[in-house]
Design a binder for this molecule. Sequence first.
Ligand SMILES: *[C@@H]1O[C@H](CO)[C@@H](O)[C@H](O)[C@H]1NC(C)=O
Ligand SMILES: *[C@@H]1O[C@H](CO)[C@@H](O)[C@H](O)[C@H]1NC(C)=O
Ligand SMILES: *[C@@H]1O[C@H](CO)[C@@H](O)[C@H](O)[C@H]1NC(C)=O
Ligand SMILES: *[C@@H]1O[C@H](CO)[C@@H](O)[C@H](O)[C@H]1NC(C)=O
Length: 312
Amino acid sequence: MCLSEVFTSFIFILCSVIAPLLTDEEALLPAPQNISILSTNMKHFLTWSPVTVPGETVRYSVEFQGEYERDYANEIWIPISECSLITVTQCNVTEDISATVPYNLRVRANLGSRSSKWSTLKVLFNRITTFLTPPVMEVSTDGYHLLVKLEDLGPTFQFHIFYWRKGQESWVHKKTVKEISSVVHLDTMEAGAEYCVKAQTYVEAINRSSNFSQAQCVRGPDGGRATWMMTAMVSFVGFVVGVLTLPFLAWKMSQTFQYSCCPVVVLPDTLKVTESPATLIHCRSEGTECCDVAVHVIPPEEILRLWIQDAL
Ligand SMILES: *[C@@H]1O[C@H](CO)[C@@H](O)[C@H](O)[C@H]1NC(C)=O
Ligand SMILES: *[C@@H]1O[C@H](CO)[C@@H](O)[C@H](O)[C@H]1NC(C)=O
Ligand SMILES: *[C@@H]1O[C@H](CO)[C@@H](O)[C@H](O)[C@H]1NC(C)=O
Ligand SMILES: *[C@@H]1O[C@H](CO)[C@@H](O)[C@H](O)[C@H]1NC(C)=O
């Protein structure tokens, strides 16, 4: 009884000392080290340091375990078929990480019939920790339209676009874009005003946003101001010309009338209303002849022509 117990213990100790030695003999391959997840913009990659055996090509196989498998499916591991016996030291696990729950991942090395032990992540991975980069953005104008072009990151991504008129930072507009077609129209700009735009990506599945991109500013066309200035300038020049020419025209007119009609008397009809009717009568009675002759010599069309010449 006592002896057999000692014997059993001896066998047990012997086995537990020898067994690992035998296993090690079979699995000479070291397990991959430095296993980690790189996750940027919801794209996840498992990476590890290579296992090197001189003159041989070591292959790797990757498996994952989601929350469901861990808690409700006997802790089974699911092989990733795209990463079965691969020669690279990286596995795209984006498709497999399909929920916002903690995942575990493991990798082992293979060489012929020999395999290493599994190397497992030290910390479970949750895609909520993905690194979101500010969107690449290009702000432009088309006439008075403020436009922005954003890099297409796929259907998982939305963009929060903020824009404001420079100098009116308290007045910020927000636009959320779900589908990036090509170029997004933000607003119609005021002539000559400068507008600034910044954007961040948002991922609904993890309720997280990236940092903002650096603001980019563009100025609307100066067309409106230019037209206004042109109008103002033309008006001013016209006014100056008018002011300078008007007295001259008036003087020329009076001259013309003076030459057409002998005395001072004919033009007064319009220009010298203050003339006494007596003078007018005097003209009519005394200078009828010359007036009539004058009218024949220089007809109204000719006077008009003279005016136009003067005006030009
Ligand atoms: C693991 O990474 C560290 C630092 O990046 C490096 O020094 C070490 O050599 C790596 N281990 C292996 C087995 O490559
Ligand atoms: C990783 O897989 C995702 C999903 O299948 C794919 O969209 C992405 O382009 C892949 N990335 C690389 C670098 O292969
Ligand atoms: C998303 O996160 C914000 C805080 O960052 C929280 O106020 C909001 O309720 C969350 N939305 C959802 C749908 O979980
Ligand atoms: C976002 O910006 C803050 C402050 O500028 C910085 O500390 C942080 O690292 C940035 N985060 C990312 C994900 O780039």
